[in-house]
Design a protein around this ligand. Structure first.
Ligand code: BGC
Length: 246
């Protein structure tokens, strides 16, 4: 069995689990620690070191970060500390954690998992996965191939970054009922439909577990469905990305 530690760094939590990368199955439960504030590279690495000790882990690591990762370098930091910007992420984590580590965008990681073993499996055409959490992440696939770093959550919409309008944290901060929030998300999905005409939209992140509470609110003429892996897609996809290390 080929095992990898998958880590999903979010604006709110750092999640991890050991994954069998051939089946995509989680071999442990998914452990979660609060994201340190400020979420500097060193503080986040310390949390991961704790998780490594807890799991007694000594192998390769795949890590999803809420950032654009261009040629291995962190290019943006929306819900984590600005100190990440410019950091050579693979090298930083491999050195800080003492294990070879591959880093990619967290939503791209979730998308990769959902396309391999979730509802995107064998789906051709344009498929869009959106992770709805502290921010909004996006992973765009064309015939199963990822177009990395799309960052649709940062499109300007209603005079602000779209994630400020319809992320899960916008729902919580503004005390919105699920249907009111889902109408906002639906408006944004109409916008995305105009931009890239996906055939299928998969919703990931914590909110995907509550899908039945707002499923009826969508009017966008595309199939919108919760990701099969719900909010475990991020850790699984991060681990899958580390296959290159084996
Ligand atoms: C970040 C993305 C990330 C998303 C979900 C956004 O604020 O810019 O890179 O995928 O949040 O975490």
């Amino acid at each position: 069995m080929r095992e990898v530690l998958g880590i999903d760094i979010g604006g709110t939590g750092v999640k991890c689990a050991i994954i069998d990368i051939d089946s995509g199955k989680m071999l442990t439960e998914r452990f979660k620690e609060a994201t340190p504030q400020p979420a500097t590279p060193e503080a986040v690495a310390d949390v991961i070191k704790k998780q490594i000790r807890l799991l007694n882990w000594s192998g390769p690591i795949g890590c999803g970060l809420p950032s654009v990762i261009r040629k291995g370098k962190v290019a943006t930091a929306a819900n984590i500390d600005d100190a990440w910007i410019g950091l050579p992420a693979n090298r930083f984590f491999s050195d800080a954690l003492g294990h070879p580590t591959v880093v990619l965008n967290d939503a791209d990681a979730a998308g990769v998992a959902e396309m391999k073993i979730g509802k995107g499996k064998n789906k051709n055409g344009v498929v869009l996965l959106m992770t709805i959490g502290t921010g909004i992440g996006s992973a765009l696939f064309i015939d199963g191939k990822l177009v990395p770093n799309t960052e649709f959550g940062h499109l300007r919409f209603k005079g602000m970054a779209a994630e400020k309008y319809c992320s899960n944290s916008a729902r919580k901060n503004e005390g919105l009922e699920y249907d009111v929030w889902a109408e906002r998300l639906d408006e944004f999905l109409h916008h995305l439909n105009r931009i890239c005409s996906p055939e299928l939209i998969l919703l990931g992140g914590g909110i995907s577990k509550k899908f039945e509470r707002y499923a009826d609110c969508f009017t966008v003429p595309i199939k919108v469905t919760p990701a099969k892996l719900e909010n475990t897609a991020g850790v699984i996809g991060a681990a899958l990305a580390a296959e290159v290390l084996l």
